[in-house]
Design a protein around this ligand. Sequence first.
Ligand code: CA
Length: 380
Amino acid sequence: MKRRELFGAAAAVAAGTATLTALGREKKAESPAPARSDMAAPNISQNRREFRLVTSWPKDFPGLGIMPNRFAKALFDMSGGRLDVKVFAAGELVGGLECFDAVSTGGADMYHAAEYYWQGKAKAFTFFTSVPMGMTVAEIMGWIDFGGGQQLWEELSAQFNIIAFQAGNTGHQMGGWFKKEINSAEDLKGLKMRIPGLGGEVIRRLGGAALALPGGEIYQSLQSGAIDATEWVGPWNDLAFGLYREAPYYYAPGFHEAGPALAVGINLDIWNSLSKSDQAMVRHACRYANDTSIGEYTHRNGEALQILKNEHGITPRFFNDDVMAAIGKTSVDVVRDIGNSDAQTRKIFESFERALLTYRDWTDMSDGRYIRARQLALGD
Ligand code: CA
């Protein structure tokens, strides 16, 4: 595998390639299941709480399925084993998209999922995950933590007897895998693409057919010809599914998911029954799951992209200006329509939009300009 030199540390980089880890070849540096044998039983018998956490993810799935495990382990460790969360993968206790109802009604205590799965309950939930042409990872963290987002989120979730916190982020996603080149907006017409949520609505308005298939059905659907294209996550998770074998045209950017936040939702009665210090530990465990996921996705996507390029001959492409102009304009229309669909959604949309308008200038000035400058300095 050939690496380019950046700062003259090529030797160090080359040595690093020997430890490239991607899916399937990964040494388990971190056990997904908490090791609990070292916890002494006698001193934790008082105030010990056990929680059932349901998820939308396959068991121990790279990234997504590990985040709830990390949350559980962090909470267990911080509380000296007193707060014990049992994680259930999609389908083990309830289906992946039934988490919200289970936690709302007390059938489970917590969930780890993406809030935009609950758009059927309230359209506003989508703003707490991602919308097309929406926020980057840093921007959504800014809005939720400092721009009023958390308070609005709590008001919304309380209507369903839930409180939710950020507890993961996949980072910027990819535009998807296509069986044919996409050279103009015309090429999207008639395209059968797996792309859920508002991104799917964008494709639909551009003349395509958008399907919301669960992850486990994507590969087979590409193989059978049921779909012509799919988005999933990014290089790390996409490589795991082998999508490059069926649809070799890999396009950026992920216009629909620039930094989707994932969440832990907690039954509000359970939350209110916790002491202030236990609540603080839950918040910190969520934050730990959130922060580690951002670093991990950066690391693993970087490695997986190199494997796709160097071992599988994939050359990532970029939607051209014609395609992006059509997608961009339609994205703005879709988000505006959803955002104004009812009074509650409008209130959240206005806060989101105000924050995005404020942050956009700064992100363009900082990340945007810096990345262009770095390409000039180091080559792109
Ligand atoms: Ca996705």
